[in-house]
Design a protein around this ligand. Structure first.
Ligand code: AHM
Ligand code: MG
Length: 334
């Protein structure tokens, strides 16, 4: 079987389909290269002394792992000098990171969660990197946080790298979802799955059920109905998976369907859910919709949310369309 590389795919998107400009192609290649470097660090584990806590906290009050910081630094360093970006923002940085004056400034804004699923790092379970690309407004001089606060519908690229048994790069430029596998010997990203599609129906769901006592009524109702199986209102049995790494849970859903949920709950009423809109929910929602699935916050399409803050949190329901629509309908007043 003839396989094509990431570079060839991007050049064809640029040349044949006129989908992406050259600077965006460069941006994607640089992010992909940084993910290769992160994959290498992840793979070294204890041998590279990359495991364990960094004994610091990020702006969200979460304890940072060494790999959170290493991955953040790798992405910053790789993307600073190419001339394609105006600024970057990350889960691990309180505010935005403008491109230093010594480098030319481009027109794109890059957001990332450098190492998603941090609680899996030390136990050798899959983790990932999530990224989202926006275009800065025309005529922008010095980028500020406000330039990033665009709804997810304005994303021009979204994707993730998954560091698992294989290292994968899953990408959308708004023209379907493609998956590339890292050929470790060649150091090349090779397309292994074209136009990923999420089936509309599923019998598999993902939620952290240890929070059940904090859930709101619509989520309780939905999960109770799934748990009731063949004798309940859904008349079928459902299976459950929870990896505690959104990248890995979403990858399973892109591969064989399913629904992933991280709802708002009563634990911290001023924080709606755990996941962050700008660099977790939005890029995943873009990928999922491009693969024929759906993504909502229980009320509306995630991609339509007008962001107010860089690190804002949002409830997430995404995956197989019919299930996402059902649980969303339970949130709507009759
Ligand atoms: P992180 O970005 O700090 O790793 O947090 C996000 C992760 C998601 O990948 C995952 O779905 C969720 O947190 C797991 O949460 P929990 O610890 O409640 O299982
Ligand atoms: Mg994360």
């Amino acid at each position: 079987m003839k396989r094509i590389s990431l570079t060839q795919y991007l050049i064809e998107e640029q040349r044949l389909h006129n989908k992406i400009p050259a600077e965006l192609r460069l941006l994607i290649e640089v992010v992909a290269r940084a993910c290769k470097t992160i994959s290498h660090a992840v793979g070294k584990g204890a041998l590279g002394e990359v495991l364990g806590s960094a004994h610091s906290e990020n702006v969200q009050g979460e304890v940072q792992k060494k790999l959170d910081i290493i991955s953040n630094d790798i992405l910053l360093e790789a993307n600073e000098w190419g001339g394609h970006l105006a600024a970057m923002a990350s889960e691990e940085m309180e505010t935005i990171h403008p491109i230093p004056n010594r480098y030319p400034m481009g027109e794109y804004l890059l957001l990332f969660d450098p190492l998603d699923g941090s609680s899996n790092i030390d136990v050798n379970v899959s983790i990932g990197t999530i990224f989202s690309v926006l275009k800065a407004a025309d005529g922008m001089q010095a980028p500020t946080e406000a330039d990033f606060l665009q709804p997810g519908t304005r994303q021009v690229v979204a994707g993730y790298a998954l560091y698992g048994p294989q290292t994968l790069l899953v990408l959308t430029t708004g023209d379907g979802v493609q998956c590339f596998t890292l050929d470790r010997e060649m150091g090349a990203w090779v397309m292994t799955h074209k136009n990923m599609e999420i089936p509309a129906d599923t019998q598999e769901y993902a939620i952290n059920a240890s929070n059940a006592r904090h859930w709101q009524a619509p989520v309780k109702r939905y999960i109770d109905e799934l748990l009731a199986g063949t004798t309940g209102p859904r008349s079928k049995d459902f299976n459950m998976r929870w990896i505690a790494s959104m990248v890995t849970d979403v990858h399973r859903i892109l591969t064989r369907g399913g629904i992933f949920m991280y709802p708002a709950d009563a634990r911290e009423p001023d924080k709606p859910g755990k996941l962050r809109l700008m660099y977790e929910a939005n890029p995943m929602a873009f990928l999922v919709e491009q693969a024929g699935g759906a993504a909502t916050d229980g009320q509306q399409r995630i991609l339509d949310i007008q962001p107010e803050k860089l690190h804002q949190r949002v409830p997430v329901f995404l995956g197989s369309k019919n299930e996402v629509e059902l649980v969303t309908s339970y949130h709507k007043p009759k």
